[in-house]
Design a protein around this ligand. Structure first.
Ligand code: URA
Length: 238
């Protein structure tokens, strides 16, 4: 997909999200929050759901939790514009209550389609509701800072998930804030490892050794390797 095709596809999904009525959360929202970021990024951050400020402005992670997310990104030399940021539910749960299973299920096709378009190498989950989508069965106290391969049924064809605490939890608990900085420091290496895995999965298989006694085949052109995405920006890794 070209940059323009990705942008257009993401904008089409966002337009659907803004008028979505698939669950009860649309009744109480001010604005739906589809997500935002670089359409060519290799890294997608997935939070829980919009809060008060996000609901007002229609943008993800712009309140206090967002400020901390920006600081966490800055600690590895990244900016929020370098990644894509979205949530498992795109409309604010009233009074910031937890999103309910039927609301997450109703919103899942939006996230799946975003991931199909973005084809990220790494998904960073922020909090347990996002983690449950990509690391089913994991417990955040043990899983934070760890990785797993992502099930392609999520929409992400070939990604690694990296679990983190939700920034709101880090704002409440200094020990979680310290863990969050330590965890974020592991994201660039996860991106490097995931890139390498994706590249080796795309590399052409070596030609089998010819049988010694057979007549040599006439030379053939080997199958072209998958086009690599030259437009992908290089995130500063260290
Ligand atoms: N918390 C989230 O999980 N998502 C946001 O967009 C903002 C706060």
């Amino acid at each position: 997909m070209t940059d323009v095709e990705r942008r257009t596809a993401l904008e089409a999904i966002a337009a659907e999200v803004r008028v979505c009525t698939n669950c009860r959360l649309h009744e109480t929202r001010t604005k739906a929050v589809p997500g935002e970021g670089d359409p060519e990024t290799e890294v997608v951050f997935v939070g829980e759901g919009p809060g008060f400020n996000e609901d007002r402005q229609g943008r993800p992670f712009i309140g206090r939790a967002g400020d901390l997310l920006v600081k966490l990104l800055a600690s590895i030399g990244w900016r929020r514009e370098d990644v894509f940021i979205t949530n498992v539910v795109k409309c604010r749960p009233p009074d910031n209550r937890d999103p309910q299973p039927d609301e997450i299920a109703a919103c899942a096709p939006h996230l799946r389609r975003q991931l199909e378009v973005l084809d990220p190498a790494v998904i960073v989950t922020l909090g347990r509701f996002s983690m449950a989508t990509f690391m089913p069965g994991a417990r955040i106290s043990q899983a934070h800072g760890t990785v797993r391969p992502v099930d392609p049924a999520t929409g992400a064809r070939s990604a690694t998930v990296f679990a983190m605490y939700h920034p709101a939890a880090a704002l409440r608990t200094p020990a979680i804030e310290r863990d969050s900085y330590a965890d974020m420091a592991g994201v660039p290496a996860t991106l490097i490892a995931s890139r390498a895995r994706r590249e080796s999965a795309q590399a052409p298989q070596p030609e089998p050794e010819p049988e010694p006694e057979t007549t040599p085949e006439p030379e053939t052109t080997s199958a072209p390797s998958q086009a690599t995405d030259d437009a992908t920006p290089q995130l500063t890794l260290f």
